[in-house]
Design a protein around this ligand. Structure first.
Ligand code: NI
Length: 171
């Protein structure tokens, strides 16, 4: 399992729903969480590891500051409510290394999803968790955070990313 870097085609297309929650699906979610912790991510969506399925993992606990892990695994998540009020905050993404930009999003989100045991769940969140949920669900729809920027700002971010990737490949 490795992280796909933008603009990998799997990151640009809509992922398909998970039809059945099998052991294979549960194993994949566990592996995604493990990888996310390893690289200090807050969230990881299946398309980011090359799997075009509607599932994701999130943990906003500051494990490096001694907080206990709070892993959330979402299968077929669906946003059912977004606040009118919007908040602007800096975002980054494991698929866009070293790119950080201010992104405006609704402050609060309500999401309905199925957990890894097949149980329906509903969660309302704001702040970092609310933002992570929206960011990761975007990935399931072929959307990355720089798509929320103006066309010019997105173009600048993409050209910066190209330079960063070139630097990685050369070193
Ligand atoms: Ni991301």
């Amino acid at each position: 399992m490795n992280i796909k870097i933008y603009p990998a085609p799997v990151l640009l297309k809509k992922a398909t729903p998970v039809k059945e929650i099998t052991d294979e699906i549960r194993k994949t979610l566990d592996e995604m969480l493990e990888l996310m912790y390893e690289i200090n991510g807050v969230g990881l969506a299946a398309p980011q590891v090359g799997i075009s399925k509607r599932m994701l993992v999130i943990d906003t606990a500051r494990v490096d500051e001694g907080e206990t892990k709070r892993p959330i695994k979402m299968i077929n998540p669906k946003i059912t409510k977004l606040s009118k009020e919007e908040c602007e905050c800096e975002e980054g993404c494991l698929s866009l290394p070293e790119i950080y930009r201010e992104v405006k999003r609704p402050c609060e989100v309500t999401v309905e999803y199925t957990d890894e045991n097949g149980k329906p769940q509903k969660l309302t969140a704001d702040e970092l968790l609310g933002r992570a949920i929206q960011h990761e669900i975007d990935h399931l729809n072929g959307v990355v955070f720089i798509d929320h920027l103006s066309a010019l700002k997105k173009k600048m971010a993409v050209s910066r990313l190209e330079k960063i990737i070139k630097k990685y490949l050369e070193s």
